[in-house]
Design a protein around this ligand. Sequence first.
Ligand code: MN3
Length: 199
Amino acid sequence: MAFQLPELPYAHDALAQHGMSAETLEYHHDLHHKAYVDNGNKLIAGTKWETESLESVITGTYEAGALAQNGIFNNASQHWNHIQFWEMMGPGNASMPSELEKAINESFGSVASFKESFSAAGAGQFGSGWCWLVKDADGGLQVTKTENGVNPLCFGQTALLGCDVWEHSYYIDFRNKRPAYLANFLDNLVNWENVASRL
Ligand code: MN3
């Protein structure tokens, strides 16, 4: 089915006081995310993917190591990643629900240790990509990082939290300071209620 750019779940300036400016969201949502939608729609037109769900397009076109050649995968996965990303943030500064805190403590020892691991994954992703908190098929949580648009769906994992570490996500507000962007994301931008709802 044709990809559609969703509205942001909050106003463009709603996250500004939490470290993500309206200008960043204007570029990132209105231009970058829209481009993945538009390019994806052009590429799936007339193919068997046109009638498939977004998730099926992603898992059906993923080929490890063949990303640069795979325009349908790249645009479909980035479309899905950004839908999740917008929902995973919020202006409400939601505190972490206890069931999520318990699951994080069980897998990482503490919330602080989880944050350290997540930030290290994001800072250590060479070039464009994402860092994630995922739930494995066996129910355990782990932190991962992926290149370009690759996401947890490719590995049969559930994405609980993801952070976009492409430069377009942080360069306006944080310039080249990706670790500062990641720290601000975890401390001020994450909607922990949304993350818990994905458990
Ligand atoms: Mn992006």
